[in-house]
Design a protein around this ligand. Structure first.
Ligand SMILES: C[S@@+](CC[C@H](N)C(=O)[O-])C[C@H]1O[C@@H](n2cnc3c(N)ncnc32)[C@H](O)[C@@H]1O
Length: 311
């Protein structure tokens, strides 16, 4: 395992910063929407599937019950520390699951090994999504399906800033400017693009995939006081954990400074952006405690799919 893996964070720290604990990541999806997608994708014919960058297994393990009975699910991650939690999670769901420690741009499988090859919030973290997609295409059988679930997190930051209590527009602009520099810093450092979803259909075409289709997740993680249902409670707990541990998934302050600098940001601009982000987080915390935070929070999460052609 290279030192660079997941920026040197331990598997536990990485998991905390990405909400791997419990079912919060599964709450991103409506079950009946996934049933619809399973029909469109004809998952009932999938007998062997691969989840690339599986983490502790949330995404592949959501799709597996919608595949053929007895489907063999494989999960692959470059962080071996996710092996045991992913295996335990699969066992609780009575799934046939095998974990592989490897990187997405060098998949350790023969050509045409799977009916379905998929990933979720992984291509946003790699420097060259086409290299990973080309490998995903190689290991899926001719006619088989490749699906990626990836966000546009700049759009998401905008939506988030429009929830109630609504910010003065200048503050929204300041937050967006800061978020955009962090996006650009991440790209400049070769760590991926948090809004890769926007560019993914073109990347699928470059990787040689055909029959492309793009849909967006239909679930809005709405927060409506007094936040009674279980998913809202889980979401609030997770959002507060993000605020405690990091700056909205970007990492701790020094990590964020590094991204900002890589985008050419000045120290003064960083201080301004950091202050506006911190104030935004504090407002969220206070509004949730007071029961005044409310928003539909439509999250832009694309499902991009394509098939490997006949040869
Ligand atoms: C944000 S997590 C998503 C985990 C999982 N797909 C989910 O949705 O719950 C990104 C995952 O991709 C893995 N990852 C990132 N870059 C990778 C690469 N080049 N090869 C393999 N795994 C990678 C990370 O270790 C992490 O588990």
């Amino acid at each position: 395992m290279s030192e660079d893996i997941n920026r040197g964070w331990s598997a536990d720290t990485y998991g905390e910063r990405h909400g791997f604990e419990g079912d919060w990541r599964d709450d991103w999806w409506n079950a009946d929407f996934l049933d619809l997608m399973a029909r469109r994708w004809r998952l009932d014919a999938v007998t062997c599937a691969l989840d690339v960058g599986c983490g502790v297994g949330h995404w592949g393990q959501l799709l597996a019950p919608r595949c053929a009975p007895g489907v063999e699910l494989h999960g692959l991650d470059h962080e071996g520390g996710f092996r045991i939690p992913a295996e335990e999670r699969a066992a609780r769901r009575e799934l046939t699951f095998t974990f592989h420690e490897a990187t997405g741009d060098a998949l350790p499988f023969a050509d045409a090994s799977f009916d379905l090859v998929t990933c979720q919030t992984v291509l946003m973290h790699v420097p060259d999504p086409v290299a990973v997609l080309a490998e995903m295409r190689r290991v899926v059988r001719p006619g088989g399906l490749v699906v990626a679930s990836e966000p546009n997190n700049l759009a998401n930051a905008l939506v988030e800033s429009l929830a109630a209590p609504r910010l003065p527009f200048e503050e929204t602009l300041e937050l967006l400017r800061f978020q955009e520099s962090l996006h650009r810093g991440k790209i400049a450092l070769g760590r991926g693009d948090n809004s890769v979803g926007e560019r993914l259909p073109a990347r699928f075409a470059e990787a040689g995939l055909v029959e492309l289709a793009v849909v967006s997740n239909d679930r809005c993680p709405a927060l409506v006081p007094p936040y009674v249902d279980a998913a809202q409670k889980r979401d609030i707990a997770q959002q507060l954990r993000f605020l405690d541990e990091a700056a909205s998934g970007w990492g701790a302050k020094e990590d964020v400074r590094e991204l900002h600098r890589a985008a050419g940001g000045t120290p003064a601009a960083f201080d301004r952006g950091w202050a506006s982000l911190a104030a935004h987080h504090e407002r969220f915390r206070e509004a949730v405690a007071a029961g005044t935070y409310a928003g539909a929070r439509g999250i832009t999460q694309y499902l991009v799919s394509g098939r490997r052609g006949p040869r």
